[in-house]
Design a protein around this ligand. Sequence first.
Ligand code: ADP
Length: 731
Amino acid sequence: MQVELKIKHKGLILVAVPLLFELVFLAVLSGLLRQADYKTWQEMHSKTVVYESSALSRLFHDAGIAMGGYALTKSPLFRERFDSIVSSIPREFKHLQKLVGRNSSQKGSLKRLETYTNSGLHLLSTARDAIEIGGEGVSRVRSLYSEMKGVSKNISTELDNLTAESRKIEEDGPNARKQSDQMVRVFLAIGVLFNIGLAFVLSYFFSNGITKRLFILTDNANRLARAEQLSDPIKGTDEIAHLDAVFHNMADALAEASRKERAIVENAADVICSIDADNKFTKISPACKKLWGYEPSELIGTRYLNLVISDDVEETAIATRALRKGQHTASFETRTYRKDRSIVTVLWSAFWSPTENSMFCVAHDITERKLIEEALKESERRVRSIIENTLVSLIVIDRFGMIELVNPQTEKSFGYPAEAVLDQNIGILFPQFMSAEDNFIEELFAQASGRIADLEMMRADGELFPVEFSLSQLETNEGTRFIANILDVSERQEFEKLKREFVSTVSHELRTPLTSIRGSLTLLNTGMLGNLNEKGERMVSIAERNTIRLINLINDILDVERLASGRVEMQFDNTEVSSIIERSVESVRSFADQHSVKLEVGDLRPLTRVYADGDRIIQVVINLLSNAVKFSPKDSTVTLNIKEETEWVELQVIDRGRGIPEKYKALVFERFQQVEVSDAKRKGGTGLGLAICKGIIEQHKGSIGVESEEGKGSTFWFRLPKAPQGEAVMA
Ligand code: ADP
């Protein structure tokens, strides 16, 4: 298992290991030196022991000599000497005992020596006493002397025993000293060698663990700067390994970024390229294949101006020069040739880098945009020409009614030059307008937004004229605007008036003779003017029927025209609905009987009243009932219902006839509109009945309509506003 160490740990090892080694080395060395010292001391000690032993032995010897002298001479000098020697023996022994005392192996020998010394001392003192008394004592001295010899011998033996070891030590002393000196030297040599070795090992360890790794790290940093591949990651968990991991992460991030950058450049829809000072492509993205039809390799090294069409070369060269002279960034459009010589318009976005002496460009294909712009311009031209040539006055206003634009027709219709009305309120074109503060403009917007309003406007000379006025909303970059569509209908109204007058005159002119013809035919038919033969009777009947139809048609036409021109005077009053219904049903009853159709009236509330012209409403109900009867199958029922709400009353005429197809539901209320062409002939209608009903109901501010399911029947309905509470007039 490899132990991963941090730099601080390695540093600690570098310091601690030699230190530890030095400590051990010093400890051992001091041990060795102490051992050597001990040996020296031991040698000295041994010498002292030997010396002291021999001193003790000599004392006994000297005591013996002094005693002998005393015995021979009886001289007190000998005696004194003897006493002095004897008295110093115990001291000497004590001294020796102290020297040897610590050595346990010599304790027995010392004990024995003590015994012998004491007995020696005793013999010596006994011998002195014997000498002093003289006589027999002398012979006693002799025996004591021989005893003394024995003791002396024992003492010598014990002293020999005692000093044998010391002598050995003494003898071995130089050798032992030499040995320990040698040991110290050897140890010193080993220590020095080990120290050198350790220094090498540690420096290797340091170099391997730090220096070498630092070198790899530096190398990786340089590689990173040069964007080259890094060496394998440094193993370990120390700071260097971490730093190296950071470098590797940075390198990975840079590689990823450059991969992305490359991917962007290579996949960009626009061409990305660099161009050197000679205007030659040095690098170009693959999009050039799509833009110009060339592979990048075909363009690199060629001048980009070669692509530009001759008409645009000069302008492009000028733009490029300006870029280099300090403008640094620019965008310009040029038309360029593709490989197949077709032309593409390119928008260049260029950046000049003085340090790299190169131009970096993005070339964007704007051919389509240009075409769209052209198409837009064309369409704008067309719209403008329409606006300028239309016979309708068009005025663009903001939400406050301020005029922003007028077309030539406005100038013509209103007699104002454009400058006179621009920035003015559109209200100046209306007679009712007082000032920008009044709420006229608000009302105008309410009236005409999204629908056509019939209004009266005023020309520059003050003349009033009728118009169809509508406002449509327009969202522009500058906000919401409104277009006022103004159609001068004065001529049309004049024409309509003439037409109505003509129709009315003709109808009146026709109605009078026709009425008299009808009278004559009736007389003929009744036989009051003489009998006719059968054929004659049939002919007169047909003539009478057709005359009646013609008179009805003329009446209807006159009605419609009068309603349209507002010339029908209505007699509005609070009118009871029940009365209207009764009278209408009464009128249609015999007609219904003829068709074998039953008339049925729903629940009526007698007091329900409407504010209406009763006769006209009866005309409407009769019309709806007659239609319902006409289009009902035999033996079916036509029902008249009333629906009442707070504000209005609704009358419904329900039949079970053929129904009205969806697309005719609105059309049947228009003039001369019939679902089937044969209806006029077969059912005897004019196609004007419902148009008259609509005209009457609208004059009452009501509404009219139909709901129907084909084949199942129709429900024609109309609504009228309820009358205010009050007395009913019609009974
Ligand atoms: P007309 O005098 O021809 O009846 P109207 O204006 O009253 O004229 O009706 C127009 C047309 O509407 C009719 O010709 C007919 O085709 C259709 N119509 C009106 N009422 C009904 C009805 N109740 N059922 C089916 N069709 C109807």
